[in-house]
Design a protein around this ligand. Sequence first.
Ligand code: ATP
Ligand code: MG
Length: 254
Amino acid sequence: MSVVISITNQKGGVGKTTSAVNIAYYLAKAGKKVLLVDFDPQGNATSGLGVDKDKLNITMSDVMLGKKLLKDTIIATDYKNLWLAPSTPHLANTEAELAQAERRFSRLKVAIESVANQYDFILIDSPPSLSLLTVNGLIAARYILLPVQAEFYALEGLGQLLETMKLVRKNINPTLDLLGVLPTMINSRTSLSQQVYEEIKQHFPGKVFKQTIPRNIRLAEAPSYGVPIGEYDKWSKGARAYKAVAKEVIERVG
Ligand code: ATP
Ligand code: MG
C-alpha cells in the first residue's frame, strides 16, 4: 500500500508546490513509485512538470465530479517512477459544483484508494486555502507535510490548520499525522530568517525536518522550464536540499 502525504499550508506561496514536485522527483529517483496529485486549481505542479494544461482532456476535476476514474487521469512524466494526476483552473468551478454534493469530503480518498496498491508514495499538492479540496486532501492522507516559510508571520494561521487537522482526525481519519514541518526559503544571511527557524522548532518540537530548504534562485527558475530542480541544476543548493528531504521522508515513514 502507498503512503499518502498531503502537502498543506493554507498560506499562499510558502513552497508547497516546489516541495511537492521536487520531493516527488527525488523519491522517484530513489526508486520509489510515486504519484503526484496536483490538487490546486492553479495547476502549478502540472506545469512545473512540463505538462501543457491546455492539452489535457482528463483532469482531477473529472475525478472529483465522478465523471472519470483517477487511473484515467494519470499520465507518465518524463521521469522514471514518477506519475502525475494533473489539474487545471476547472478544478475551482468543480469545487463550487461540489458544495452540496454527497460524500463531497471523501471523494479524493475513495479515488486514491483505487490506485493505492500501484505506488509507494502518493503526494498531494494542496491549494492555499482550507477549502473543500484541502479537506479532501487531509481525509485522503496518512500524513501532512507542512512547509513553513521562514519569514515573519510564518506561524500565523497555522493554529487554524492544526485545528482542522484535529477535527478531521476526530471525525473521519483517526490515523492522520504530522509527518514533519519543513522550513522553506531560509535566508542564511538574515537573522530574521534564523530567528523564525528557531521559533518554528520551538513551536513543533521533534517535528521539524533536519534538512531545511534554503532560499535558492535556481528553485524559482526551474518551473519556468517545466522541470524539477534535479533536471535543471542538480548541484544547486536547492537540489541537494530537496534530495536530502526526500531521504528524510523515507526515513520518517519508516
Ligand atoms: P501557492 O500557495 O500559490 O500554491 P506554494 O505554497 O505552492 O504557493 P510555491 O509555488 O512552491 O509555493 O513557491 C512560491 C514562489 O516561490 C514560486 O515562485 C517559487 O518558484 C518560489 N520558491 C519556492 N521555494 C523557493 C526557494 N526555496 N527559494 C527561492 N524561491 C522559491
Ligand atoms: Mg502551489
